[in-house]
Design a protein around this ligand. Sequence first.
Ligand code: HEM
Length: 402
Amino acid sequence: MEAAIDNFPPHVSRLNPLAPGVAMDPFPIYKELRESGPVVWLESLGVWGVFRDAMVRQLANDLELFTAEGGTGLQNYFREKPWREPSPILEVDPPVHTRRRSILTRILSPGALNKLKSQFSASAESIVGRIVERGTFDGIADYAKAFPMQVFLDAVGVPDGERENVLLYNDLVRKSRTVKLSDWDSTDRDAAEAMAKWIDKFCSRKSVAEGSFGAYLYAAVDNGELDEHEADVLLRSFVSAGTETTIAAIGNTLYCLASHPDQWAIVKADPTKARAAFEESLRFDPPAQFLGRCARKEFVWEGVRIGQHDKILGFISAANRDPDRWSDPDKYLIDRNTVGHLGLGTGIHGCVGQMLARLEGEILLKALIERVNAIEVVGEPVRNQSGFRGFKSLPMRVQVQS
Ligand code: HEM
């Protein structure tokens, strides 16, 4: 790679921040890479990496230099065939992006979210009720996953019978973000083929419930704002962007609170701080570890020559702990001012579902905090090995107030 050789040695690293082995604690590696230079060639991945707050922010916001159209994960669509039809919202630039985004923003308006609150609260109460009855539970299967799989997929309009497929499909979405297609084994490839068929069949106006976010997409077709295929793939975006991310964020917050008793004491004293606890976990340990973009043209960035269409990963998780931006960055402190963290992205592609995700996190966490005295981790937590940073399982116990 000419671009890498030009800059050798200061900006080349053999460290792989996405290696499965670093999933349990990637932060020392992020620190080393953040300190090693503003733009680092990640030899093991064949991409550039930026790890500082200002650099990740520029990567997401400078639309003259960077495009999302080469894919926002590890794969580079300018150089390899995309594993699926690219995201119709995240992996397109303006003006197409602007038009589609305005429709999603309208569907996810504060008014629409307000209508979901009572349903969300009822579901949270019943999940927490079951946990309290049992005492021990899995923080992911019984809590973090149970909630979005119910309330979010109800809101999108996904029928109950299809929800297991949503999880299977999302396993592949996760994998595709961090594992090169060339490293997928035959089981992954077969699964990808089967799930591609499922999602194509599922994503249609016939599948979605009346009055749901999905149905509003097809209403936009009827208004002439979208074509039918755009609505189908935007429905896919709802299904794939809103479940795994939220499950991971809720699980990460639960783990943060269980492993920081001083912070648990703060929310226990004032359960309205559940939202702040969720927000700080999006800074401290965000599910989307990075956002990917490609260079539109060859240019020099902070003294480093970037080639046209080179892939650059902006590590959100590293930027969110940049000491030039945050004081005590490695501490989970729910009373801090978290405004400006990158856990939900930034700029035109900043998470369109963020208010919904916050609502889910707040309602579910508050229901637990109000009902129980203490939470503790009682077994070995198992991390996801690819895709979004979160847990596969989190064995926990609650102590209930007498
Ligand atoms: C806590 C949970 C969530 C996290 C951590 C999260 C994270 C993110 C991040 C980091 C981005 C920007 C990606 C980039 O710039 O490359 C993003 C974009 C996006 N998110 Fe979320 N998200 C969450 C929940 C949701 C939900 C619930 C939905 C659906 C309602 C959703 C739908 C989307 C969509 C459609 C985009 C692309 C927006 C665009 O390109 O304009 N997300 N999300």
